[in-house]
Design a protein around this ligand. Structure first.
Ligand SMILES: [Cu+2]
Length: 155
């Protein structure tokens, strides 16, 4: 019911067990990001599903019923993901980097896939610098196949 940042948490079963675990908040780029521009808009996506019926989606709409997410070539945008489910979802955006906003300022880590924990809200920046029709999907492929996927179209 309540979402929060969990980038400083190791995740279920890994917190407080006496071992040091690499956290998403620990990651720091060796150099500044390539694109210093702030985002001009935010795209908010809820990660949604029904575990009993085993349906998975963004914003309650599965891939086959959803319109693509449209980005203009060269645009700088923020994606905000809010995990409304009780499962982890490793989210993979093809074609462009996902710069995780993890508190490291201009030294954001550039990632392909970002794990979103249950009840977590996080954001990442994208420079839409590669034209194309790109898949954005949960990397648990059985979630993707059941609908947790969107086309991101950069044109
Ligand atoms: Cu998933």
């Amino acid at each position: 019911m309540v979402t929060r940042s969990r980038l400083s948490e190791a995740g279920d079963g890994l917190d407080g067990n006496g071992r040091r675990v690499l956290l998403l908040s620990d990651l720091r780029n060796a150099k500044r990001g390539n694109d210093p521009r702030p985002p001009t808009r935010e795209i908010v996506l809820h990660l949604t599903g029904n575990m009993e019926r085993f349906m998975w989606s963004f914003n309650g709409t599965k891939f086959s019923d959803a319109a693509p997410i449209l980005l203009k070539l060269g645009e700088r945008v923020r994606f905000t993901l809010i995990n409304d489910t009780m499962m982890d979802h490793p989210m993979h955006l093809h074609g462009v980097w996902s710069e995780l906003e993890n508190g490291q300022g201009d030294y954001r880590p550039y990632k392909h896939t970002i794990l979103v924990k249950p009840a977590e809200k996080l954001s990442f920046l994208v420079s839409a610098d590669e034209r194309g029709r790109w898949a954005f999907h949960c990397h648990l492929l059985y979630h993707m196949e059941l609908g947790m996927m969107r086309e991101v179209r950069i044109s």
